[in-house]
Design a protein around this ligand. Structure first.
Ligand SMILES: Nc1nc2c(ncn2[C@@H]2O[C@H](COP(=O)(O)OP(=O)(O)OP(=O)(O)O)[C@@H](O)[C@H]2O)c(=O)[nH]1
Length: 540
């Protein structure tokens, strides 16, 4: 007998249904796209049926925009079906394009759903924990020792079932899993495991013996962050993991808001702050560049139509500055005319968010764009081995800091440091171990500097620090402390233990009459060579 007093939780049931629908959505739109690849029009009836079903389902599950897109495809396909054979052939490419656009819209919507799900659940996994599920015990042992040397907590599994069982209790920040195990089991057949990882917002890295398109596409469908092929490039894998762990360390990004309607700007700022995003609102349009340089945002959110200067004019002005050329600019606009939007893009806009927009949509839209922008920035600016900022990008940051110091009369310091006798490390223990020493120093630098400081890989075994608002004396003290910590790191190779040191040169903005960052870098480099000549293992 059913218990009439116990009310089932309908909202949870609806959410589960909706999630299931969303999980199958990408496959359904891909199927429609595959249908349109045919050279004749025999697929039209099937496409009409599928588009019709999707249109209804999308609307039911709260995806009205996708629903009307699917309805459009249904109508277009019906129109084409009623045409003559020759007319049909001409109309098919247009239909295929519409289905392609629908597929992109579906994947964008899913990306946004994913990031909102991750938002709710990021606290579930254990930060800094890496799980390994690999076929080779030898490779596992090697990875464990390296990952532990960087302070990551590692757990190992030899089959998918035990990994799934452990997932019932806890979850890793990152799982590196083999696409196939020796017994023939396949990662991509483990739906429960993959679903559980998604729910816990754990990042997935895939390792495969073979480099095959089918495996890569499956990894992509399951939102794997990287795909490594045997023989594993350990250094690249470690730097990817460090980067992912840093990314999941909750840096949500910084947004600079430009809107003449101050109340609206404050409202946007509050909504974004509430989602963990740091914001700043433009206070004086004549100081827009100085304010942006000071705040260093990851994205500029700008109203397109303002009475004094249009968003496009301001975007053009911002783009005149070398150091702001890559800053993504997103326009908030009620502009629905695509031609005007494309025109604005040619003039420096990167994207549009259409108004009116509700608070949740604004957060999702900004987060999706921030995520892409931060990933792109990482790709362009970060060094592969160490995940530190690359040579040209750290030089740009030094120049930016120099401009800020000039403008605000604050000091800042530049440190150049170079590992001592590094050639001997490579010669004695091999290039791989040399790489590990470089990565270890990079991790140490990252951990020991402030959030506003920047560390870059200047050359092979040479690093540069840019320390805003830090005097020369303070910078020398900090560099000395890091040197002490670096000397205490013990590396093991060929059954031997060894440690390394570095020599460093420090220069502060107010220690001489520098006229640009280039001169400061040269002075820091000179001081570093002085430290080398004085016997190495010291700071000048
Ligand atoms: N493993 C590894 N070695 C590198 C990398 N980049 C540069 N090197 C090596 O770093 C070594 C630098 O050697 P040198 O410039 O002679 O300097 P050193 O041996 O460190 O000596 P001092 O700087 O005078 O203390 C060279 O052997 C380079 O091949 C890298 O990414 N990985």
């Amino acid at each position: 007998m059913s218990n009439v007093n116990s009310k089932p939780d309908l909202s949870a049931a609806f959410a589960t249904l909706r999630r299931r629908f969303e999980q199958g959505l990408s496959e359904r739109s891909a199927k429609m796209l595959a249908l349109t690849a045919a050279s004749d029009s025999s697929f039209l009836p099937m496409l009409i049926t599928e588009a019709h079903k999707l249109a209804g389902a999308c609307a039911t599950f709260g995806h009205a925009a996708l629903g009307s897109y699917a309805r459009q495809i249904e109508q277009l396909a019906k129109d084409i079906r009623s045409k003559t054979d020759v007319e049909r052939l001409h109309a098919l490419p247009g239909l295929r394009q519409t289905v392609l656009e629908f597929d992109v819209a579906v994947n964008l919507a899913l990306l946004e759903i994913d990031s909102s799900a991750a938002e709710v659940t990021t606290q579930l996994h254990q930060a800094d924990t890496v799980w390994l599920l690999l076929p080779s015990p030898q490779l596992t042992t090697e990875l464990v020792s390296q990952l532990q040397a960087f302070g990551h907590h590692v757990e190992c599994f030899s089959d998918y079932a035990s990994c799934l069982a452990r997932l019932q209790h806890t979850a890793p920040a990152v799982l590196l899993a083999a696409a196939n195990l020796k017994d023939g089991a396949s990662l991509f057949a483990q739906n429960l495991l993959l679903q559980q990882l998604k729910i816990q917002a754990s990042r997935l890295l895939v390792f495969s013996e073979k480099d095959e398109f089918d495996l890569r596409i499956k990894a992509s469908q399951h939102r794997a962050e990287a795909f490594f092929v045997s023989p594993l490039d350990v250094a690249a894998m470690i730097s990817t993991i460090s980067e992912l762990l840093e990314l999941s360390a909750k840096y949500a990004g910084k947004v600079f808001i430009v809107d003449d309607d101050k109340l609206l700007a404050q409202h946007f700022a509050l909504v974004l702050n509430n989602a963990g995003i740091t914001t700043q609102i433009l206070s004086n349009v004549r100081h827009i560049v100085a304010e942006i340089m000071r705040f260093q945002p990851d994205l500029l959110l700008m109203e397109m139509y303002m009475p004094d200067y249009s968003g496009i004019e301001l975007a053009g002005l911002v783009r005149q500055y070398q150091s702001l050329r890559r800053l993504p600019i997103v326009f908030l606009s009620s502009e629905i005319n695509k031609t005007l939007q494309i025109g604005a893009m040619a003039l420096g806009a990167d994207d549009f968010i259409s108004k009116p927009i509700d608070d949740t949509q604004l957060v999702l839209a900004v987060k999706a764009r921030l995520k892409r922008s931060l990933q792109l920035k990482n790709l362009i600016e970060k060094d592969n081995l160490t995940a530190l900022i690359k040579h040209s990008a750290i030089k740009e940051l030094a120049e930016l800091e120099f401009e800020r110091s000039q403008r605000y009369q604050h000091t800042f310091s530049i440190v150049m440091l170079d590992i001592d006798h590094f050639k001997a490390v490579n010669d004695n223990y091999g290039h791989g171990i040399g790489d590990m020493v470089i990565t270890a120093l990079a991790t140490l630098l990252r951990k020991r500097i402030r959030k506003s400081d920047r560390a870059g890989r200047y050359g092979g075994e040479e690093f540069m620090l840019v320390l805003p608002e830090c005097s020369g004396a303070k910078a020398r003290e900090l560099t000395g402390q890091i040197l002490q910590a670096f000397r205490q790191l013990h590396f093991t190779a060929n059954g031997e233990q060894f440690s390394c040191s570095y020599s460093a040169g420090v220069v502060a903005y107010d220690e001489a009459d520098f006229s640009n960052a280039e001169q400061m870098i040269a002075a820091a480099d000179k001081a570093m060579y002085k430290a080398k000549r004085a016997g190495r293992n010291q700071v000048y």
